[in-house]
Design a protein around this ligand. Structure first.
Ligand code: SF4
Ligand code: SF4
Ligand code: SF4
Ligand code: FES
Length: 1011
């Protein structure tokens, strides 16, 4: 008889994941399941083959995105006379499996009885009984009629201390999915189970309340919980018909249900609950959307009942699977906020009054026409939004070019991502990530430069953290601040602000000079090597060490890690791009990747991490002064001719003003009117006082927004728009992935989706646009843009997505460069750069450097996220991080009020003393409208892209005597104490004296040896 059972050895292959890249060495063969042949491959778990075959096998703790956890024992099957867990068995040729033998069935049932002893089945009055409760469904599958092991209450109370979810220890079946998700998928390492306790339960930080723990409210644990032990508070009392009863009545109902079981059995209870469940179906809607916050591009179902969001359920998103961060999972209260704009507003006599749509649109058209007639079309500027859809961005640039007649159109990628795009245009040809996030997770080495990835791109960070924890990925982080990724890095270093281009170039030179350059790759795929090497002459390790304040040993160590790694990805963000050297530093990154041959292969490439949900798409779709959609030059007569023919109008032939230049043009009296959609330009552009001053000089300003934000105070007309959940369209994420979002709710009465408003403005200006749905706009984009030729709504149906460029036949490119680079000869280009000292420097008076960035909980200034009460409670205000040494020197403590004064403005904030920052470097998060960081920033820019040097700020600090509360309340996760461990550590459960494998003794396998 074949003895082919392979059990997963958690010591070498945690979670059953092989270190062999997926697809490599995969063997196809047949196995039999209950006598029927099934095809399988060598990397598969038996449980996946069984599930695919349609055979019904109970399994409670297994989740395909978590791998085998082995806590529930309900998946027992018989192989060659032995009982094994199907979830922990890797298939091999010829395997013969029986799922329904007497012994296997008895073992499954016994295991499930133990599960049920931890859980009270009150499904009819449970908010989790919506057809997808694993405990409910397994009870039904096994035909369980009675609870063989009686349920016993545990000596714990429900934990309601987190605003977004609650834990009920009495319903917890101890499957450990939540622990596995928190430890090894999110890798926040908050959760564990005290297996040695007489009454095990899930613990936060080893025994804290949830509210006082390190939990970052990402929701992974809640999403994967197979029952109602962990539930979103937004579900409680809302999902079921009877679940909203007052607590005493609900408890009475639960007792009633419990009382029925001994006499009638669970079958009857289940049937009643399923009738109620079917009624729920009629009023609960599940609508797919794409997250409105960062550029990671998570997608999920929104469960809604009327206008109430019951929960966000991630599962099959191509980027995120079951993952989300606090914003995607919980920050949606802005949708129903009472502060929403619902009527157009017109300024009259210095105050706003409500107006009808017709009056507002007519006024917008009349004033724009008057200003255009008096001053020409280039006296008008338009700003599109990186929060809006691709279709809306396309229409906005079409409005500018084809209706107003100007190329003065831009979006906020100017403030963050344009330098990265420039660096990639110069060297490899496309301004986008060169692979997918799966490539980053599969790389041997990841270098992060100037990115607080765990807070700004949280779900991407989970993939890097997981690969580092489980699969040996090496992580190097360069950042001013010791953020989470820096603390987890294998090598973390802290260069002097503004010097990244130097150390990157010096390491590149060192690699070339010591024979580590990939000459074969360069010869085959890259031009300009000799000239480039010559340009590196000044960049010795000694020069880098002295200018960057880094040790030569550190530089050599990183260089050798790069040389040793077969695959490397470099991720960077605003810590690079928002410098006066942003374009050149981005170029240096790409040069380093070219020298080391880290393009054109899985697990390699350049990854500028896009900030907003659709900052990639806003530029892709032409909201830029120099490009039509698809980065087609407006100055190219042939391209322009194609657009003129399609739109049947003459188009302006010269590059227009970018958003930074528009502000200067207002001051110069050249720009008279602006139309801005979804962009808090008065606080997100640098040198905010200068920008405010400009807006107050405009003759006419139209703002399209969902809330009356800071910039609205300068408006003449405010148009009420609709947020992402109230419209259809597409977003393009950081990895060039185009995804559809579907309308969850009708727009609030009085609001309109942005695409409709832009269409209506165009038509009031004399156009004749007939668009009735964004899909028609996408058809036009595809017709005019070779890069999007094959993009259609049908190909993006549901959770399907496409990563551009998309060929007419619909084939896309997850890996951007496979055969060649998009230059005439198919070769990439080295692009030499030199280093220049940042213009804004500390001096004797302005003696401190201020860095700034996003916070995990808030998106940017918090315009949307502050509307969610739980987030506002956890992170109520901005602050300044001060190093312990500076705090001692200036005699301040956490909570001290300070004033930061730069050469351009001042803000008043409280201090947080933390060793995340060093010496005379401060950090101010962006989450404030009242004290925005941009009151301090200058008008210096990257000379190539005009991206402001937001990260180059010198200030002086005045410390007031007044000491307030800590701006980070005790309930903020940053005060918590995580408890890292390998996962759920099921071996500790198996070591309990009261544990034995289910099933007749004769058939039992030995538990796996504990580490
Ligand atoms: S961090 Fe918090 S919400 Fe996220 S998985 Fe861990 S315990 Fe759950
Ligand atoms: S709380 Fe955790 S251990 Fe308990 S049932 Fe839910 S996922 Fe399983
Ligand atoms: S904010 Fe970013 S990481 Fe968080 S859920 Fe949204 S897309 Fe994902
Ligand atoms: S599903 Fe296999 S042990 Fe739980």
């Amino acid at each position: 008889m074949l003895k082919t059972v392979q059990l997963i050895n958690r010591e070498t292959q945690p979670n059953g994941h092989s270190s062999v890249p997926e697809g490599l060495y995969k063997q196809r063969f047949a196995i039999t399941v209950d006598g029927v042949r099934q095809q399988a491959s060598s990397d598969e778990l038996l449980i996946d083959v069984i599930n695919r075959s349609g055979v019904q096998l109970p399994h409670v703790c297994y989740h395909p995105q978590l791998g085998p956890i082995q806590t529930c024992d309900t998946c027992m099957v018989e192989i060659n006379g032995e009982l094994v867990r199907a979830c922990a068995t890797r298939v091999s040729p010829g395997l013969s499996v029986t799922t329904n033998s007497t012994v296997a069935s008895a073992a499954q049932r016994e295991a499930f009885d133990r599960i049920l002893s931890n859980h009270l089945l009150y499904c009819t009055v449970c908010d989790n009984s919506n057809g997808n409760c694993t405990v409910h469904n397994t009870t039904k599958m096994l035909g369980v009629e009675h609870q063989n092991i009686p349920f016993q209450t545990k000596p714990y109370t429900v934990d309601n201390t987190n605003p977004f979810y609650r834990y009920d220890p009495n319903q917890c079946i101890l499957c450990g999915r939540c622990v596995e998700a928190c430890q090894n998928l999110e890798v926040n390492e908050t959760l564990s189970i005290d297996w040695e306790s007489p009454h095990p339960r899930v613990l936060w930080d080893g025994g804290s309340t949830i509210g006082n723990s390190s939990c970052v409210s990402c929701g992974h644990c809640v999403t994967v919980c197979p029952c109602n032990a962990l539930m979103e508070t937004s579900m409680l009392g809302h999902a079921g018909f009877l679940t909203g009863l007052p607590k005493p009545a609900l408890d009475g109902m639960i007792e009633l249900v419990k009382g029925l079981e001994p006499e009638m059995g669970f079958g009857t209870v289940m049937r009643v609950s399923e009738a109620e469940e079917a009624m729920r179906e009629s009023r609960i809607r599940r609508t797919k959307t794409v997250c409105t916050y960062c550029g990671v591009g998570c997608s999920f179902d929104v469960w809604s009942k009327d206008r109430h969001i019951l929960k966000i359920e991630p599962f099959e998103g191509p980027v995120n699977g079951v993952s989300t961060c606090i914003k995607g999972k919980f920050a949606w209260d802005h949708i129903n906020s009472e502060d929403r704009l619902t009527k157009p507003l017109i300024r009259e006599g210095g105050v706003f009054r409500e107006a009808s749509w017709e009056e507002a649109l007519s006024l917008v058209a009349r004033r724009l026409n008057e200003i255009k007639a008096a001053n020409g079309p280039d006296s008008i500027g338009l700003i599109s939004s990186s929060k809006c859809t691709n279709e809306e961005s396309f229409l906005m640039q079409k409005l500018a070019r084809a209706v107003v007649g100007t190329n003065n159109i831009d979006n906020c990628s100017r403030y963050c991502q344009s330098p990265a795009t420039t660096g990639l245009f110069r060297t490899v040809g496309y301004g986008g990530d060169s692979g997918s996030f799966t490539d980053i997770a599969a790389a041997e080495l990841v270098i992060i430069v100037g990115s607080n990835t765990a807070e700004s791109h949280p779900v991407l960070a989970t993939r890097i953290k997981r690969a580092q924890k489980l699969h040996g990925l090496k992580l190097v982080v360069s950042d001013l601040r010791e953020n989470e990724m820096a603390r987890r890095a294998d090598v973390y270093f802290h260069p002097k602000p503004g010097t990244d281009q130097i150390w990157l170039s010096a390491i590149t030179r060192y690699l070339i000079d010591n024979g580590f350059a990939k000459i074969d790759f360069i010869d085959a795929h890259v031009n300009g090597f000799a000239e480039y090497r010559k340009s590196l002459d000044p960049f010795t390790l000694e020069f880098a060490s002295q200018r960057c304040r880094l040790s030569i040993d550190t530089l050599k160590q990183v260089a050798h890690m790069i040389a040793d790694a077969k695959t490397m990805c470099i991720c960077w963000a605003m810590g690079v791009t928002q410098h006066s050297m942003g374009s050149d530093t981005s170029t240096a990154i790409s040069n380093l990747l070219l020298v080391t041959g880290n393009y054109m292969r899985p697990g390699t490439g350049a990854y500028p991490l896009r900030g907003h949900n659709n900052v990639q798409g806003a530029s892709d779709n032409g909201s830029m002064p120099n490009f039509f959609p698809g980065y087609q030059s407006v100055e190219n007569p042939e391209i322009r001719g194609r657009f003129e023919e399609y739109w049947q109008t003459k188009l302006p032939p010269k590059t227009g003003l970018d958003n930074h230049q528009m502000v200067d043009a207002i001051h110069a009296g050249k720009l008279k009117a602006m139309y801005i959609i979804g962009e808090e330009m008065s606080i997100v552009d640098s040198n905010a006082n200068y920008v405010d001053d400009a807006f107050s000089k405009l003759e006419f300003l139209v703002i399209q927004e969902i809330f009356f934000g800071d910039v609205c105070q300068y408006a003449d007309v405010v148009l009420p728009a609709a947020p992402s959940l109230e419209k259809d369209g597409t977003f393009t994420s950081s990895e060039r992935r185009i995804q559809r979002l579907y309308q969850v709710f009708e727009p609030l009465d009085g609001c309109r989706p942005d695409w409709q408003i832009i269409r209506d403005v165009a038509n009031h200006l004399g156009a004749d646009w007939k668009y009735q749905h964004p899909s028609e706009v996408m058809a036009e984009i595809a017709a005019l843009t070779p890069m999007f030729a094959g993009v259609t709504y049908e190909r993006l149906e549901g959770y399907q997505s496409l990563q551009w460029p998309v060929a007419p036949d619909g084939s896309d490119q997850p890996l951007l460069y496979t055969k060649d680079f998009p230059f005439p000869d198919g070769k990439a280009r080295f692009f030499p750069t030199t280093w220049n000292e940042p213009p804004e420097q500390p001096d004797a008076e302005f003696d401190l450097h201020v860095n700034n960035g996003r916070l995990l909980e808030h998106f940017h200034e918090g315009n949307l996220t502050y509307r969610t009460a739980g987030i506002a409670a956890k992170t109520p205000d901005t602050f300044v991080e001060v190093s312990p040494e500076l705090a001692t020197e200036r005699n301040l403590t956490t909570g001290s009020w300070v004033q930061l004064t730069s050469r351009y403005g001042k803000i008043r904030v409280r201090a947080v003393v933390t060793d995340r920052v060093h010496g005379k470097e401060l950090y101010v998060p962006m989450n404030s409208v009242e004290n925005p960081i941009n009151r301090l920033t200058s008008s210096y820019t990257d000379p190539v892209t005009h991206t402001p040097a937001f990260k180059e700020v010198a200030v002086k600090m005045t410390v007031f005597e007044e000491v307030g509360e800590s701006p980070l309340p005790r309930t903020n996760s940053r005060w918590g104490h995580p408890t890292p461990q390998r996962g759920v550590e099921v071996e500790r459960k198996w070591r309990r004296p009261d544990y034995r494998l289910p099933g007749p003794k004769l058939f039992q396998i030995q538990p796996l040896r504990a580490r």
